[in-house]
Design a binder for this molecule. Structure first.
Ligand code: N01
Length: 524
């Protein structure tokens, strides 16, 4: 019997193992993949890189680690991020408590947690920490006929380790979210011809990625403490000075200059963080959205393509904007074609490629599905989790996830979710949110000394009402996004993350802890 079982060995699971072991607990991590790294193990598609600067998208818990690791780029690519996580696993001697290639399929609470793996093995622990990630269950391909396709196909979230050779091939990419937007320019470089099947255009900003100069690295390292602390005091977990003005209280010229500077900064918060009301006021948001659309018109030579690539169906920032390297410019290539599958949807995959409902046929050698994930809840409900009195998490969440602080759920004692629904998680720099959650969970376990903890139904109700209220005061619900569950057919339409920002959220979590874990029932 372990003290704690952690499911997942990505950014969350690795740090959770480190912290919990540091408390002297007996801990086991189960990881379905054959390697550590989570998201960065699976998402090996060409062009995959982070969208928060690497010096910030990295652990802060060890100043030695911070000082010894050198990021080579502003936004490191997937191989470098994975190498970092492998280094963390080695440096903190984590591997001896991680079982790779082992999927947890069920977990039942009965005083403690009894976990069943894919091979039928049963293991027990007092506490269960789900560190399964928010974007780890790829959405199944929705079009019929995939089995008949004679070419090669891949989902960006399950990319083969040996890579994919696109040389001379007719390649189709379905999906233009972050995964599509990052991979399309790189695939276009290699492919014979690339067809991009777009249903909804996305806002994307140039990353202005490049090598990190040694003096930049030195300067960051010299002031790392301050930088991390600034990140924790922000809304998004990305260090930046907070906006002070409404977009509507400054002149058109001043706004344009501010947006231009934000554009050139190559950061998610460059424009979105420029004014206080971009995510709460439609008129304010329109000013930023129109600025980005004007950039798309400058970058894309063909006016029809430029219009097709211009998002008009959702406010800027209500889907996570993408950071790209040459995305819009890719459509100026003769060997790249943009296909509107909103107007003429994909009807089926055929032996030779793809057919639309309007009867157009596209012959393809390789199909890439950059079609996203069953976000936030998918990895949690994929496990048959049954709490006290046999209640299933999947059924309990049928109308949408219900948690207290995104950390625990009523009816599921001793279960913790790292960056669960109802916490800022995906709206933030994930590493900042992960560290905050893992630290909170570790402190809680130290406090509990083996006692049982469970969110009360009343605290959960109140928290969900607060999450709803804060979400409803923003523009987020206006988008058909995966934040809303809108990308998965049949998934309830609920705004899942907490939009109050990481600074306020941390404060609320700390207050709960300081009051002896208020809102949780603690029993022997
Ligand atoms: O997935 P998405 P993603 N027919 O859901 C389209 C993070 N991330 O993997 O909008 C046709 O955003 C879908 O169209 P629509 C980041 O948080 C980060 O790209 O549903 N098209 C959309 O265009 C991101 O937000 C990075 O109409 C279909 C696309 O596929 C999150 O992960 C890199 C379709 C899916 O976009 C998810 O990003 C990558 C269908 N049946 C990911 N189904 C970084 O930069 C779906 N689509 C760190």
């Amino acid at each position: 019997m372990y003290d704690a079982i952690i499911v997942g060995a990505g950014l969350s699971g690795l740090y959770a193992l480190h912290r919990l072991r540091g408390l002297g607990l007996r801990v086991k991590v189960f990881e379905a993949a054959e390697g550590v790294g989570g998201t960065w193990h699976w998402n090996r598609y060409p062009g995959a890189r982070c969208d928060v600067e690497s010096v910030d998208y990295s652990y802060s818990f060890s100043s030695e680690l911070e000082q010894e690791w050198d990021w080579t780029e502003k936004y490191a690519g997937q191989p470098e991020i994975l190498a970092y996580l492998e280094h963390v696993a080695d440096r903190f001697d984590l591997r001896r408590d991680i079982r790779l290639g082992t999927r947890v399929v069920a977990a039942r609470f009965d005083g403690g947690w009894h976990v069943t793996t894919g091979t039928g093995e049963r293991v027990s622990a007092r506490y269960l920490v789900m560190a399964t990630g928010c974007l780890s269950v790829p959405k199944p391909v929705e079009a019929d006929g995939l089995a008949s396709f004679r070419g090669e196909w891949h989902h960006t979230g399950r990319w083969p380790h040996e890579g994919v050779d696109f040389t001379g091939r007719r390649v189709g990419v379905v999906g233009t979210g972050s995964s599509g937007i990052q991979s399309i320019p790189v695939i276009a470089e290699q492919a014979g011809h690339l067809m991009v099947f777009q249903r909804t255009p996305n806002f994307s900003l140039p990353a202005y990625n490049g090598p990190l100069a040694p003096e930049t690295r030195r300067a960051v390292k010299a002031a790392y403490g301050r930088r991390r602390s600034l990140a924790r005091q922000t809304h998004s977990g990305i260090p930046a000075e907070p906006a002070v003005h409404s977009a509507l209280e400054v002149s058109h010229e001043e706004r344009l200059a501010r947006y231009q500077a934000g554009w050139e900064r190559g950061s998610l918060v460059g424009i979105l963080g420029a004014y206080t009301d971009l995510l709460i006021d439609r008129a304010a948001n329109d000013t930023a959205a129109e600025f980005v659309r004007s950039k798309i018109r400058e970058l894309v030579e063909d006016p029809a393509d430029a219009e097709l690539l211009s998002p008009r169906d959702h406010p800027f920032g209500t889907k996570r904007p993408c950071l790209d390297s040459g995305y819009f410019e890719t459509f100026n290539r003769d060997d790249v074609t943009l296909v509107d599958v909103r107007e003429d949807p994909i009807a089926e995959i055929t032996a030779k490629g793809l057919r639309t409902t309007g009867g157009s046929e596209y012959e393809l050698d390789t199909l890439v599905f950059a079609t996203g994930f069953d976000a936030m809840t998918g990895a949690l409900t994929a496990v048959d989790i049954r709490g006290a009195d046999g209640r299933s998490l999947r059924e309990t969440w049928e109308a949408g996830p219900r948690t207290y602080l995104g950390l625990g759920a009523a009816g599921f004692p001793n279960l913790f979710t790292v960056t669960g629904p109802g916490s800022p998680s995906v709206l933030s720099n994930m590493v900042v949110s992960i560290e905050q959650h893992v630290d909170w969970i570790a402190d809680c376990l130290a406090f509990l000394e083996g006692r049982t903890i469970e969110a009360t139904a009343a605290a959960q109700e109140a928290w969900m009402a607060h999450v709803r209220e804060v979400g409803a005061a923003t523009l987020y619900p206006a988008a058909d996004s995966w934040y809303m569950g809108a990308n998965v057919p049949g998934k309830p339409r609920v705004f899942m993350p907490y939009a109050g920002g990481v600074a306020l959220y941390r404060q609320l979590c700390d207050e709960v802890a300081a009051k002896g874990y208020e809102g949780f029932a603690i029993t022997r």
